[in-house]
Each structure stands twice: as C-alpha cells, then as structure tokens.
Design a protein around this ligand. Structure first.
Ligand SMILES: O=C(O)C(=O)C[C@]1(C(=O)O)C=C[C@@H](O)C=C1
Length: 258
C-alpha cells in the first residue's frame, strides 16, 4: 500500500516514514516510465502549432494535462498538500466536501511549485533518452502516459517539503541560523546525505531491472532485455529527481520561519 503522508499525523512524522514514502513512489515512477516506453516518441503529441484543422490552442499533451487538471481540481485533488498542478491558473474550486488534511507543512509551503522546471526536464531531457524514435499515431494514449509520468515525478519531487519539515523539526538549532541568514549553500549542505543518494540510485536501477525485465519462457535467451534502460532510471534520479527534490527542500526551508 502506498505510504501516504495524509495517514501520518503531524506528530508521527519522521525521516524514516517520509523516506518510506519516497521508496514507494519509486515503484510508481518506474512503472509509469515503462508504460510510456510502450509507445514511440510520437512527436505530433508535442506539436505546439497543430494543423489549422485542429482547434487546440497548444499541443495535445498540454491539452490533456490542462483538461485533466480541471477535472481533478473539481474533485479536490489540489487541496492535498502532496499535489501540485502544472497549470495552476484558473482552476475551478472543488465540488466535493473539504478534506481535513493534517497541518504538517508550514503554510508558506503552498507557494513552492516547480512544475515548470519538471515539465521542461521531462520533455527536453528525459523523454528523448528513453522513448524510441517513431510514430504509431497513438497520440492520445501517449499524452496520457506523459501525464502519469509528470504527476508521479511532481509528487516525488515536491515531497521534498515533507522531508525538509522533518529535518527542520529534528534539528532546528542547525537549520535555524542558516534559514535566518537565507543561506542556500549552508541549507543544501545540511540536508544532503551522499550515501543515501547512492543507495537511491542503485535501488531504482534494480527496480527498473526487476519490474521492466522482458519475460520469456525461453531459458536459453542469453541477454536479458529491459523495457526501460535501468541506467537511464538511475541517471534520472541522480541528475534530476534528487537535485530537484533538494531544491524544493531549500525553497521550503527558506520560507520556514517567515
Ligand atoms: O532522504 C533524504 O534525506 C532526502 O533528503 C531525500 C534525498 C532524495 O531526494 O532522495 C535528497 C537529499 C539527500 O541527499 C538524500 C536523499
């Protein structure tokens, strides 16, 4: 079962419980990448200037993400402190009754949303690394897979807010002076654990091997094939997911005492 922070009250929050959630979210990220890799690149999905016969004002993927977020906003998705829309402007209010989320985060956390950066990273850097060249015409399904990847990455990266809150509560005497001095470098140093990062990279590579292994009944098959290159998943974490999670932590902490 997904380790959801909402089931954890503010008092039970610990570095261990938050790290457990990050570990569980790795599975979601690996599975969503595997699903996206079933389709080729399908470049018309990303065409900002679709043909004049098309009534969409942006790309197909923008349309799918925006319209899905409008629907999800109506059912209260973005009232959860774990969820961040990619197109936050003009979202409708929830039609569903409000949910009482535990107040774990400092209120200024709400202003931290780095989905623009995540969007660019996903489409400019990551997708070209793992989507095979080609066009099979399944643009709607492709955009739906992109949406799932983006949501999973955004959730994981913004989880940095919870990690930062725990770290602050565990050592206010260390973090307080750096926050008051608005010293980004000092905060980054305090919250970084290189040995943990190495473990995360190895684990996600192993998960990509385990979950994405092509299964055959031919025992003589010599070379095992993977649906998404495990080295790319490890690189995704090392170059983008963890640095962006740390960036969110710093942004959160800078606002923690304001
Ligand atoms: O586990 C932590 O302490 C985190 O801050 C999370 C995380 C990560 O993104 O996985 C980020 C920074 C640390 O250097 C190690 C790991």
């Amino acid at each position: 079962m997904e380790n959801n922070i909402n089931k954890i009250s503010s008092d039970e929050l610990s570095l261990e419980s938050v790290r457990e959630s990050l570990i569980s979210q790795e599975d979601t990220i690996v599975f969503t990448l595997i699903e996206r890799a079933k389709f080729p690149f399908n470049s018309p999905t990303y065409d900002d200037d679709p043909s004049s016969s098309c009534v969409l004002s942006g790309s197909l993927v923008q349309f799918i993400v925006k319209e899905t977020e409008i629907l999800h906003a109506k059912v209260g998705r973005y009232t959860s402190p774990e969820e961040h829309p990619f197109f936050p402007d003009d979202l409708p209010p929830p039609l569903t009754p409000p949910h009482n989320y535990p107040q774990v985060l400092y209120p200024a956390a709400a202003s931290v949303n780095i989905n623009d950066t995540i969007w660019k990273m996903y489409f400019d850097k990551l997708l070209p690394l793992f989507a095979a060249d080609g066009d099979d015409g399944n643009y709607g399904s492709t955009a739906e897979c992109d949406l799932k990847c983006l949501q999973a990455l955004s959730r994981r990266i913004h989880y940095g807010k919870f990690v930062a809150e725990v770290k602050f509560r565990d050592a206010p005497e260390d973090y307080g002076p750096a926050i008051r001095a608005q010293d980004r470098d000092a905060l980054m140093k305090l919250l970084t654990f290189e040995s943990v990062e190495e473990m995360v990279k190895s684990r996600v590579e192993k998960k990509a091997m385990t979950f994405g292994q092509e299964v055959t009944l031919n025992d003589k098959e010599e070379k095992v094939k993977y649906k998404v290159d495990p080295a790319i998943v490890s690189r995704l974490y090392g170059e983008w997911v963890m640095p962006l999670t740390k960036f969110v932590q710093v942004e959160y902490l800078l606002r923690r005492l304001s």
